[in-house]
Design a protein around this ligand. Structure first.
Ligand code: AVI
Length: 318
């Protein structure tokens, strides 16, 4: 999803999405609002931060695992990537040449088209079938996709941004769309020491803080809200019970903000909860996948046990 795709939402739907969260007792803003153009640029910088181990660790794992995956799949097969705004991660798998078709699913249409143009140059033999949709909504693949075994791919631990019931629902839908002859490779950030997790979401250069506060910049610009940025600070918290990093924007004083005709009151210290990033022990994720009709056939982690890749297969039997 997010890599560098600007997710376009109509102004009215931005205001509606923001208001429905800001009127709750625990104020929230939906994480999908992060990814305007500036949010995508900041997320790109996050992936290169020394503290943000996820992207580089997953890349190293993918380089290692791709030939093993190719040996298992043998091919020909169709690579279906959920939330694919560029082909950087898919390239590890496409480079093995067992895939004869690639189906990237993403809401960012211009990015999908640019990707298809690049791949046409690099891999003229590869069939690229774009699916311009929210990966949460996909129940079936386009009919032009050849009826070959399907290899689903959901990298980046984006699954961690879904609450477990949503993640289960997503995995169930993917199970239906990919069919009985399939695999699903999912990148999942591991539960670990908060001393490693917290700096990844509150880095020394303040890039994650800027990413979080950009939500307010966006609301001011797109909905005419009047958030005073100096009145809100970024905070990352580890919620051990729920095994997730939470991002919040903390109000630094009592204040009233106008959003789409509503006066929203903030007490000093009150927060807007902006994102969850769930971290899974391998067995917890495997259990979630089982409930969604998958079986975790292989698990790969790096030596430092920072990140995991689960290779799922359809669960057979009851
Ligand atoms: C996109 N997603 C996997 C990121 C994460 O790590 O949860 C989003 C992010 N939020 C703050 N930093 C990165």
């Amino acid at each position: 999803m997010p890599d560098d795709s600007a997710v376009i939402l109509a102004a009215g739907s931005v205001a509606d999405a923001a208001l429905s969260g800001l009127l709750q007792p625990q104020k929230t803003l939906p994480a999908k609002l992060f990814y305007d153009q500036e949010g995508c640029r900041l997320f790109g910088r996050i992936t290169e931060l020394p503290e943000y181990y996820l992207t580089r660790t997953e890349h190293a794992l993918l380089a290692d695992v791709a030939p093993r995956v190719a040996a298992m799949v043998r091919g020909p097969a169709v690579l279906v990537e959920y939330g694919a705004s560029d082909e950087t991660k898919a390239e590890f798998l496409l480079g093995t040449s067992v895939f004869t078709a690639y189906v990237p699913i993403d809401v960012a249409v211009p990015q999908l088209e640019q990707m298809r143009a690049r791949l046409r140059q690099l891999r003229p033999d590869l069939l690229v079938s774009l699916v311009p949709a929210d990966f949460m909504d996909v129940v079936a693949l386009p009919t032009e996709v050849p009826s070959l075994p399907r290899f689903g791919f959901f990298p980046g631990s984006t699954i961690g941004n879904l609450d477990p019931p949503e993640a289960r629902h997503f995995l169930q839908r993917a199970r239906g769309a990919l069919g009985d002859q399939s695999w699903f490779l999912v990148g999942v950030d591991l539960r670990k020491d908060p001393a490693i997790l917290l700096p990844a979401y509150d880095d020394a250069q303040g890039v994650t803080a800027a990413f979080n506060r950009n939500l307010l910049v966006r609301l001011n610009r797109e909905t005419g809200a009047d958030f005073d940025l100096s009145g809100f600070a970024h905070r990352a918290e580890w919620n051990d019970e729920l095994s997730r990093i939470e991002m919040h924007l903390v109000s630094l004083r009592d204040q009233v903000v106008r959003v789409a005709g509503h006066a929203i009151r903030f007490a000093r210290g009150e927060t807007i909860h902006t994102e969850n990033s769930y971290k899974y022990a391998p067995e917890r994720f495997a259990a979630l996948a089982e409930q969604a009709g998958w079986h975790s056939a292989e698990l790969w982690t790096d030596v430092a046990q920072l990140f995991s890749l689960h290779l799922l297969e359809p669960r057979r039997g009851p």
